[in-house]
Design a protein around this ligand. Structure first.
Ligand code: HEC
Ligand code: HEC
Ligand code: HEC
Ligand code: HEC
Ligand code: HEC
Ligand code: HEC
Length: 394
């Protein structure tokens, strides 16, 4: 009966633990012959051999168990490996207890350590989730490629809020002149910013607050002050208006129906509605000589499903966005791109922006709003990927 209990305990441990104990890169004490034999039996379900080993090792086992616990806790190894070692120590202590009596204290110690490690893991996951949470507002990006250097200076990672900037600047101002429209591609560093590049093109103490101080206005991910960047209701109209005047944009908040930014049912700012009402007028470029280029046509995507058709307005899009942000990387300049929902949901085609910086796919009817069977005057028809002719077998 007792034997069965041990077997169960060991079986549970075996199945739960797919890791290796023998690490080539290990920086802990060398594996002893006992440890190697024990773990080999342990991993290969050799119950009989394990029983023999435990029975014949009474004198050395307490020391072996202690050493394994120490190695598990001291070495710089992954959590998975740590847990494997602690679980192996647990199995040793259970075996010792079963065949020789005693060892309860060791078991308690091991279980406490296992619990602590799991707690640490949970805290680490919560830490990662925290950054997820900081991106809850569509288009807020946490920047932390240099997390270690920032932490060393006691600084939090940066939040870049697209929406705050959209109030004064069209996408064209930044994309593609200052930033490529792709995350992590721009190798943004503090040194470049201080030299007047990247964020420093504007954050120079003139156009926008400078970077020589004000560290916490950008390095604020995870802090309570970040809340204002996630809340379109907490805008300071006077401050926005002042900045607008400075950069040459407009902010006519008196035109907002109830003084608040209009949001869609997903809480995202309805920019087109604001533009229609004339609340804001962002600038196209930091360069006064820049001539905006737009394309004034509409492309009709005929839906082959129950969903309504989709109209893509080149006009609306090219008024915000440079041709080079879409062509040729996102779409070839043809009507034959293979635009499909699955691809979009993975960030291709329309999903390059929608769901990341522009309204999300959850909002089906904002795209699928054109009645089927109705031709739209002057619209070009999206053709889709040309079908390959099937080769006839000879
Ligand atoms: C003030 C500058 C600025 C403006 C204006 C701006 N962006 Fe960005 N955008 C950025 C920065 C910074 C990044 C991140 C770059 C990086 O991580 O290397 C970015 C990244 C992106 C990405 C990449 C997302 C991804 O997951 O790869 C998209 C899409 C994007 N922006 C779309 C837009 C659109 C659409 C507009 C206009 C509505 C816009 N941006 C306006 C600065 C700007
Ligand atoms: C095209 C100009 C421009 C660029 C490029 C730019 N910003 Fe800004 N940003 C502004 C302006 C203007 C403001 C409002 C300034 C003010 O309140 O003094 C602002 C405000 C902010 C705010 C809001 C801070 C607050 O306290 O309200 C953050 C955060 C911010 N920028 C971060 C960044 C980061 C990070 C980058 C680079 C990845 C960046 N910005 C690039 C112009 C720019
Ligand atoms: C306008 C926004 C902004 C301000 C203000 C700002 N930073 Fe940064 N900082 C950034 C961005 C963006 C990064 C790149 C983040 C990343 O991807 O790791 C960065 C990175 C860093 C790094 C990481 C190492 C490196 O060389 O890039 C350090 C350290 C740093 N900043 C220090 C500071 C200090 C100190 C201040 C105040 C004196 C400050 N920052 C003010 C935006 C800002
Ligand atoms: C937001 C992304 C986006 C922007 C910005 C954009 N396009 Fe397009 N473009 C598209 C899409 C989508 C299609 C249709 C693709 C399809 O049907 O397969 C297209 C198709 C085209 C075509 C072939 C159909 C036609 O209209 O004759 C040309 C030419 C073209 N674009 C030129 C431009 C030029 C020039 C600009 C800048 C003034 C521009 N585009 C800006 C997304 C964009
Ligand atoms: C490069 C970025 C980008 C790409 C790619 C893009 N959009 Fe947009 N789209 C925007 C921006 C910015 C707006 C303005 C509203 C907003 O940001 O929420 C917008 C607005 C819209 C609107 C509302 C305006 C209107 O025309 O009535 C529709 C519909 C739309 N997009 C459909 C599409 C479709 C369909 C595609 C793919 C064929 C696509 N978009 C690709 C950035 C993009
Ligand atoms: C940003 C614009 C946009 C949004 C938002 C959007 N779609 Fe689409 N959808 C398209 C485009 C463009 C196509 C391509 C039409 C075609 O040629 O078949 C498409 C195609 C489809 C198709 C045909 C099959 C396929 O994969 O191409 C279905 C079904 C569909 N959408 C359902 C939905 C549903 C359901 C939602 C909301 C959850 C949604 N769409 C949201 C733009 C959008």
């Amino acid at each position: 009966m007792k034997q069965l209990k041990l077997l169960h305990a060991l079986l549970w441990l075996f199945t739960a633990l797919p890791f290796t104990l023998f690490l080539s890169t290990a920086s802990y004490a060398e594996d002893t012959p006992f440890r190697i034999n024990f773990v080999t039996n342990y991993k290969s379900f050799q119950f009989k051999a394990q029983e023999e080993l435990i029975k014949s090792s009474k004198a050395i086992m307490p020391g072996e168990i202690e050493a394994l616990i120490n190695d598990a806790m001291s070495a710089e190894i992954s959590l998975g490996q740590k847990m494997f070692m602690l679980d192996a120590a647990n199995a040793m202590a259970s075996g010792y207890n079963h065949y020789h009596g005693g060892g309860k204290k060791l078991l308690r110690k091991i279980n406490k350590l296992i619990k602590e490690e799991l707690e640490k893991e949970k805290a680490k996951n919560a830490e990662l989730m925290k950054w997820n949470d900081e991106e809850r507002f569509l288009g807020n990006f946490v920047m932390k490629t240099r997390e270690k250097e920032m932490a060393e200076k006691g600084l939090a990672p940066v939040i870049y809020p697209h929406w705050v900037h959209r109030i004064w600047f069209e996408c064209k101002v930044c994309h593609q002149d200052i930033f490529i429209m792709k995350r992590w591609r721009n190798d943004i560093t503090q040194a470049k910013i201080e030299a007047g590049q990247q964020c420093g093109k504007c954050h120079n103490g003139e156009l926008a607050f400078g970077v020589k101080d004000n560290c916490d206005r950008c390095h604020l991910a995870g802090k309570p002050e970040a809340d204002k960047l996630h809340n379109a209701k907490r805008v300071d109209h006077k401050a926005i208006k002042e900045v607008a005047k400075k950069v040459g944009a407009e902010w006519n908040f008196d035109k907002l129906p109830n003084g608040q930014l209009p949001v869609d049912r997903f809480g995202f700012i309805d920019w087109l509605n604001m533009k229609k009402v004339g609340v804001f007028k962002p600038i196209h470029s930091l360069n006064e000589n820049y001539k905006p280029e737009t394309r004034d046509n509409i492309i009709l995507f005929e839906s082959k499903s129950k969903a309504k058709n989709v109209l893509f307005s080149h006009d609306v899009h090219s008024s915000w966005i440079k041709c080079s942000s879409c062509h040729p990387e996102v779409f070839t300049k043809t009507l034959t791109n293979n635009v499909k929902m699955v691809r979009m949901s993975k960030g291709q085609y329309c999903g390059h922006c929608h769901g990341k910086v522009s309204f999300t796919f959850a909002d089906c009817t904002r795209c699928h709003m054109q009645e089927k069977g109705v031709m739209v005057d002057g619209a070009l028809l999206h053709k889709g990927k040309p079908k390959k002719k099937k080769k006839k077998k000879p």
